[in-house]
Design a binder for this molecule. Structure first.
Ligand SMILES: *[C@@H]1O[C@H](CO)[C@@H](O)[C@H](O)[C@H]1NC(C)=O
Ligand SMILES: *[C@@H]1O[C@H](CO)[C@@H](O)[C@H](O)[C@H]1NC(C)=O
Ligand SMILES: *[C@@H]1O[C@H](CO)[C@@H](O)[C@H](O)[C@H]1NC(C)=O
Ligand SMILES: *[C@@H]1O[C@H](CO)[C@@H](O)[C@H](O)[C@H]1NC(C)=O
Length: 467
């Protein structure tokens, strides 16, 4: 455990996550809390992040996400998985092919019972899960006629902008606008082998993991023993900064998604009316140091790390938006001006927050090595965004794609610092560009992280009350 001891030595006593985890109550063992003071790889005090997020960022970003420009995201949910044939074992789309007939599901289960979770898995349970996930994972594609007309106008406007970067498959006839406000990220019942496989291939095949490390990176995989943690953390410490960062970003994304599922859990369903809320048991199951063999707090730190990376990207991209001719076009001049004011206000806040990750130290090795590493980094990340097409539940796929695109955009910004600094003052189509899609993904992805950090505070309170 040399790495853990090192972290403890570096941690200033009584600061940061340590305090927070202590406040979370006795379920966080004090020993573990002591080990988790400071975020590695950047100088950060978690308490300041919490305050900054709660009082400044969170309320503003919530408002921004409700504006028309940011609430409609164009996405293609029909792209086939490029890596494996849908195995379909309650991969939700296949519920149609291999129907899970409602008549087979016992009425007691359909009505929804709160002890679902403790039931042993068997065929009935699988059918039930499949049916529930099918329903909860579906996208609500309701759009008003008015918005549909507006989208045609938006597309025309976007086309008239000279975008220099690679466009997604936005032009595919399968790409559709989705109203994000109607499709909140929450529990969908999507789990089992299909979900497992997606995360497993991300962690095992796309996180620079060498064969010599036996321990699975995937937190969903069963642990093989008590002390393989040591070799894992030695390995992680031994990685160059860039690869370590990559792993942390992915882990942070995973944590954020799980936090949303815990905070928006289907608590019960009576007469077809679902009740959503915080599921403390699920939270403990995923993040408690004892139940997770000490992994929970480490994973939560990765969430903060990811938050800082995206925060940094926002502060870096500000000059791009500060130019007067960059607008958030929806065709409504007044609304567009308000959206922009709000966005610039958030940028000012991000710039005022002093403790950011310093990406200058990344890819700073010898020139040739740094360049190929950066390229490797980019390819791995791109690959992960393609794996999102293998997610078997539409709603999860939507949020998975949005959040990877958001993080991808953040990385693009961080590695385009020079280009952003050198943007011509009066020439809209020259130099660094962002598409509407990238902007929407960037803001909504960051909004998710902001919400996750807020939800962490909520769980802290809930845990105090349940003790
Ligand atoms: C499956 O679960 C149901 C409901 O919990 C139970 O009644 C049944 O005995 C189980 N069947 C098997 C084969 O385990
Ligand atoms: C979709 O959202 C609209 C607006 O809130 C609602 O009226 C409609 O019932 C929803 N449809 C489904 C299938 O949930
Ligand atoms: C929306 O447009 C469709 C087809 O153009 C039309 O049938 C429908 O009545 C419209 N709905 C509303 C609410 O205007
Ligand atoms: C992309 O991901 C797939 C699935 O995990 C994996 O098999 C493949 O090796 C990855 N490709 C690259 C270039 O990393």
């Amino acid at each position: 455990m040399s790495s853990a001891r090192g972290a403890a030595r570096r941690a200033a006593p009584g600061t940061g996550l340590a305090v927070h985890l202590l406040l979370l109550g006795s379920i966080w063992s004090p020993v573990e809390a002591q080990l988790t003071g400071v975020l590695d790889d950047c100088l950060c005090d978690i308490e300041s992040i919490d305050d900054f997020n709660t009082y400044k960022i969170f309320p503003k970003i919530q408002k921004l996400q409700e504006r028309d420009y940011f609430r409609y995201y164009k996405v293609n949910l029909k792209r086939p998985c490029p890596f494996w044939a849908d195995d379909g074992h309650c991969s939700i789309r296949d519920c149609h092919v291999e129907p899970c007939p409602e008549s087979k599901v016992p009425i007691g289960i359909k009505a929804g019972s709160s002890n679902k979770y403790s039931k042993r898995a068997n065929n009935t349970k699988e059918l039930e899960d499949c049916e529930q996930a099918n329903k909860l994972g579906a996208i609500n594609s309701t759009l008003s006629n008015q918005s549909k007309e507006a989208f045609i106008d938006w597309a025309r406007y976007d086309d008239s902008q000279d975008h220099f970067c690679e466009l997604d498959d936005e032009r595919s006839p399968d790409a559709q606008y989705v109203d994000l406000l109607l499709n909140p990220e929450r529990y969908t019942g999507y789990k089992g082998p299909s979900a497992w496989r997606v995360w497993n291939s991300i962690y095992e095949e796309n996180c620079f993991k060498p064969r010599s490390v036996y321990r699975p990176l995937n937190p969903l995989a069963p642990s093989r023993g008590e002390d393989d943690g040591e070799s894992f953390y030695t390995w992680l410490e031994g990685l160059c900064l860039e690869k370590r960062v990559f792993y942390k970003l992915i882990s942070g994304l995973h944590v954020s998604i799980n936090l949303h599922l815990c905070a928006n859990y289907l608590l019960e369903e009576t007469w077809g009316k679902p009740r959503w809320g915080h599921n403390v048991k699920e939270f403990i199951h995923r993040f408690d140091p004892i139940e997770t063999k000490g992994e929970g707090p480490r994973r939560l730190k990765n969430l903060y790390f990811l938050y800082l990376i995206e925060l940094r990207a926002l502060s870096k991209v500000a000059p791009y938006f500060e130019r007067s001719f960059v607008d958030l076009y929806t065709g409504n001049v007044q609304e567009d001006a308000e959206s922009k004011t709000l966005l610039l206000d958030i940028f000012r806040d991000t710039k005022s927050f002093p403790m950011h990750f310093d990406e200058k130290s990344m890819f700073a090795g010898d020139k040739k090595g740094a360049k190929s590493l950066k390229e490797e980094f980019r390819l791995h990340f791109k690959n992960i965004s393609r794996i999102m097409d293998c997610v078997g539940c539409d709603k999860c796929r939507l949020w998975g794609k949005l959040q990877t695109q958001g993080l991808g955009t953040a990385l693009k910004i961080l590695f385009s610092e020079k280009e952003i600094q050198n943007l011509p003052e009066n020439s809209p189509s020259k130099g660094f560009q962002l598409t509407r899609q990238e902007i929407v993904a960037l803001i909504n992805a960051f909004g998710r992280l902001s919400t996750s950090i807020k939800e962490l505070q909520n769980f802290k309170l809930l845990l105090q009350h349940t003790r």
